[in-house]
Each structure stands twice: as structure tokens, then as C-alpha cells.
Write a protein that binds this ligand. Structure first.
Ligand code: NAD
Length: 488
């Protein structure tokens, strides 16, 4: 059946081309989907523009918009199992992790549903009794939403929920590798009663189906989550029409462990930080920065446990981590490990594909630890986006902070220490959008998410996440109009 959703209709791609979606765990065929092109995106933008200009979604009272988002949350919960299954087949992610993602997605819709309902302007005290001054929030317009493959529906929800809460219409372009849950979301939005044309979906590659969203004059905002290079291109493209731009880009995230940290917790969280979803997490703690005195003991234990991590497909209940998304991505990870070794890193474990029939047709890569790294190495500076942990040493607090900040990225990171005053100092000094203290990876929809430096700008989630999708208008009324006589 057709998989593009434009103006409330399911339609085929104008190219009549299709794409095979294969599960990264074993290469099995999941489905054949339509492959859209720039003409499809053009049609979707037109539909979204019409729906914005003619309504009714932008004029729908905020409380009603909020109710619809709450219905979406409930529908995703109702269909959680099949949603999670689709996500796992596309990504190769363990089913249990996809299930957690679906919980987070429902919570995201619920959070923005409530935020939409609570939305209100404010009255301004001008100090002049003959005026009535108010500030109101309005939607930005047509939003182009472009999402990656690592958390396909979660990253989509972080954009779709606030965009709808604020009253926008949108065109969504998910990663060409993982389209299924985006297709399903359109059905869920339809079922929840979203007016036709409000939500539009195009499939296809970034350069073909995605690029028009950044350049088109009828798109008012582009929100992108993905790699740094792509983000730079989108920002440049958006400049021609001075679009509102939000970028959620990569990270090379430091995980600082002081000698006084709780040892078991630090080991456990260091493993989760980097090996969750095989390192394909923007906030992955891929740089372990460990104090001299603890280095040997901590790294030995991380290596011992990394060797025991069981890899497997999404439905293998004993698996602890899955495959990488594609053969091409695995080659990229392999190249980073090779570069690290050439630059002097010491391989402590991994650094190879797992052996055995079970792994032969999937894109697996062993959890890898590279010790004795330094901040100049390519593998330390650039995002491998795979299960690769680099280890650097420090002696003083100042040195730890300086090392951690020495990348172009600034997305997230952590500090582990028993000294709470030091934890606060270090958290304050790190140039990162999120800092965890004695923890790694948790987030809540109530608090903002986003990067410093070249990890992007703009915020997702939290009140600032909603603000991204709103214009703010000042309305001034003269309640006692009379000539002022300046030029009479
Ligand atoms: P990517 O940049 O290759 O692709 C992301 C999306 O952009 C895809 O939908 C792709 O088709 C599209 N795209 C590609 N070229 C385009 C173009 N010229 N114009 C418009 N769209 C284009 O990224 P990816 O490999 O899918 O995702 C991995 C990256 O995403 C990593 O760098 C990761 O750190 C980042 N990421 C960041 C966050 C965050 O919150 N900061 C979250 C998840 C992923």
C-alpha cells in the first residue's frame, strides 16, 4: 500500500521507485517501501502550507490541540507492542529497548499535550492606563522535520509533539533506513482526528526528499536531528530564506571518573554509557576520562565485562546489545578503530567483528576498548557512533575539565565522584547541554535537551522545546485613541 502521506491521503511516490528495508540483525527483508523524491516533498510542503493558511489546526484552541496529543499518547500505548516490533525490525535494536522508547514517546506526547493546554499569553504592564498590551504565542507555520535512524520514532516525537502542540503543520522526512514507525505515526495521528494536511510524510534519501525542506520558501522552520556535516548543509541552505533552524547534532561525550567515585556504579554506568544500543546514541559516553589512581582497576573491570557482553538480534532475549545499522556504518566504525590504533591507542578488547553463524549476515561489531588515548587522536575527537570506548587519564580536576571540553562538540556527559561540591563545580565548568552526576543517560521530557558548540542549537523537550515552534506577538491597543499632534 502507498506509504507517503500528503494532504490527508496515502499516495505513491512520483518516482515509482521503491526501497528494500532489511533488518540489520540478519539482513532479512522487512518490507519494500516507496522512495520519495523532491517532487513528493514539494507536494507535501504545498499541502502543509494550505493546511496552515486555511486551517483549521492553527486556529484550534490550544486545549483541544492538547487533548488530541493526549489521545495520541494513549493510542501509542495501546499499540506499544507492534510499534516496538516495527522499530526493532528497522533498527535491529533489542525489543525491550524499543519498548522503553515507546514509553518515552507516549510520555513526550503527554507532556506536550499538557503544555499545549496550559499555553497562554501574558498581559504587559506598560505603565500607561490608556493602553492594553498583551503578548500572545502563535505557531511558526510549516515545519520541515528531518530525523535520524538511531531512535527513529523518539526523535520524531520530540519534534512532532511540540510542533502540533503549538499549532503548526509539518512535513516529516524520517531516515530512509528506518521509515516504519513514522508511517505508523501518521495512521495514529489520523485515528486521533488530526485534520488532513496538518501532518505530511515523505520518504526517501536526504539529498532528494529531505533537502527541499531546508531551502523551500514555503517552509518556515526546519528542525533537524542527525550528523554534523548534514546539519551544516541544512543551516547553509536555510539561510537563503532565513528560516527558523533547530539542529540536534552529534556528540563526543566525556564521562569523567574521579578516584573517589563509587566503583561498582562507575563501572556499570561506563558500560551503559557507551555500549547501550551499540554506541549508536548521540549522548553515548564514548570518552572515558579517568583519574590516574583509579585507571588500571577501572579499565580492567570495564574490559572484563565488555568481553562478556552478549550480542544478538532484536528478539534474542539474552542479547545485551544489537548490530550496527548498516554495513556502511560498520565500516566507518572499523575505520575509526584502525585510525586510533595507528595513532597509538592500545586495544584492550573488541576491535573486530564477532565470529559465528549467528552473526554472519548482521552488521555486528564487538564492544571495543581503546586504552592510553589522548585528546589529539581522531577516534577521541570524532563521533564513531559505534561500540568504541576511548580511555584518557587525568590527575587534577582542572585537567579533567580541560580534557572534557577539548572537542568541537558539547552535547552531554557525566562526572562520577563522591565529592558533591566537586561534582557541582565540574558540572558547572563543562560546556555541555546535559551533565549527569553519578548517573548516565536519563532524561525527562520536562527538561530541555540540546547541544552547546557544534552539537547544535535550539532545544528539544521542556518549555524551551515548545518555544522553538512558537512565534511571539505583541499586541498593543490604544484604549483612548486621539491625535498626538506631532506633525500638525
Ligand atoms: P544523517 O545526518 O546522515 O541523517 C539524518 C537525516 O537527515 C536523515 O533523515 C537523512 O536522510 C537526512 N539527510 C541527509 N542528507 C540530507 C540533506 N542534504 N538534506 C536534508 N536531509 C538530509 O544522520 P544519521 O546517520 O541518520 O544519524 C546519526 C547522527 O545523528 C549522529 O551524528 C548522532 O549523534 C545524531 N543524533 C543527534 C541527536 C541529538 O539529540 N543531538 C539525537 C540522535 C542522533
Amino acid at each position: 500500500m502507498p506509504e507517503l502521506f500528503i494532504g490527508g491521503e496515502w499516495t505513491r511516490s512520483r518516482t515509482a521507485r521503491t526501497r528494500e528495508i532489511r533488518c540489520p540483525a540478519d539482513g532479512s527483508l522487512v518490507a519494500v517501501v516507496d522512495e520519495g523524491c523532491s517532487a513528493d516533498t514539494e507536494a507535501a510542503i504545498h499541502a502543509a502550507r494550505r493546511a496552515f493558511d486555511l486551517g483549521p489546526w492553527p486556529q484550534t484552541p490550544a486545549a483541544e490541540r492538547g487533548d488530541l496529543l493526549l489521545r495520541v499518547a494513549a493510542l501509542i500505548e495501546r499499540d506499544k507492542e507492534s510499534y516496538a516490533r516495527d522499530e526493532s525490525l528497522d533498527t535491529g535494536k533489542r525489543l525491550v529497548e524499543s519498548g522503553y522508547d515507546m514509553d518515552d514517546i507516549a510520555n513526550c506526547f503527554r507532556y506536550f499535550g499538557k503544555a499545549a493546554a496550559a499555553e497562554s499569553g501574558r498581559v504587559v504592564d506598560t505603565g500607561n492606563p490608556a493602553t492594553d498590551s498583551t503578548v500572545v504565542h502563535e505557531p511558526v507555520g510549516v515545519c520541515g522535520l528531518i530525523t535520524p535512524w538511531n531512535y527513529p520514532l523518539l526523535q520524531t516525537a520530540w519534534k512532532v509533539a511540540p510542533a502540533l502542540a503549538a499549532g503548526n503543520t509539518f512535513v516529516l522526512k524520517p531516515s530512509e533506513l528506518t521509515p516504519h514507525t513514522a508511517i505508523r505515526l501518521m495512521r495514529t495521528l489520523q485515528e486521533a482526528g488530526l485534520p488532513p494536511g496538518t501532518a505530511n510524510l515523505v520518504l526517501g534519501t536526504g539529498p532528494e526528499a529531505g533537502a527541499p525542506l531546508a531551502g523551500h520558501p514555503d517552509v518556515d522552520l526546519v528542525s533537524f536531528t542527525g550528523g554534523l556535516q548534514t546539519g551544516r548543509g541544512i543551516m547553509a541552505e536555510a539561510a537563503a530564506t532565513v528560516k527558523k533552524v533547530a539542529l540536534e547534532l552529534g556528540g563526543k561525550n566525556p564521562n569523567i571518573v574521579f578516584s573517589d567515585a563509587d566503583f561498582e556504579t562507575a563501572v556499570d554506568m561506563a558500560l551503559t554509557a557507551v555500549f547501550l544500543h551499540s554506541g549508536q546514541v548521540c549522548s553515548a559516553g564514548a570518552r572515558l576520562i579517568v583519574q590516574d589512581g583509579l585507571h588500571d582497576r577501572l579499565v580492567d573491570e570495564i574490559v572484563r565485562r565488555a568481553r562478556q557482553i552478549r550480542l544478538g538480534g532484536p528478539f534474542d532475549e539474552k542479547a545485551q546489545a544489537g548490530p550496527l545499522i548498516s554495513a556502511q556504518h560498520r565500516s566507518k566504525v572499523e575505520a575509526y578503530v584502525k585510525a586510533g590504533l595507528a595513532e597509538g591507542a592500545v586495544l584492550r578488547c573488541g576491535g573486530a567483528r564477532p565470529q559465528g553463524d549467528a552473526y554472519a549476515s548482521g552488521f555486528y561489531y564487538l564492544p571495543t576498548v581503546l586504552d592510553e588515548c589522548n585528546a589529539d587522536m581522531t577516534v577521541v575527537q570524532e563521533e564513531s557512533f559505534g561500540p568504541v570506548l576511548t580511555v584518557e587519564r587525568f590527575s587534577t580536576e582542572e585537567e579533567a575539565v580541560a580534557l572534557a571540553n577539548r572537542t568541537i562538540y558539547g552535547l552531554a556527559g557525566a562526572v562520577f565522584t563522591g565529592d558533591q561540591a566537586r561534582a557541582r563545580r565540574v558540572a558547572g565548568a563543562l560546556r555541555l547541554g546535559t551533565v549527569w552526576i553519578n548517573d548516565y543517560h536519563p532524561y525527562v521530557p520536562q527538561a530541555e535537551w540540546g547541544g552547546y558548540k557544534q552539537s547544535g542549537f535550539g532545544r528539544e523537550l521542556g518549555p524551551a522545546g515548545l518555544a522553538e515552534y512558537r512565534e511571539t506577538k505583541h499586541i498593543w491597543r490604544n484604549t483612548d485613541p486621539r491625535p498626538q499632534g506631532w506633525f500638525s
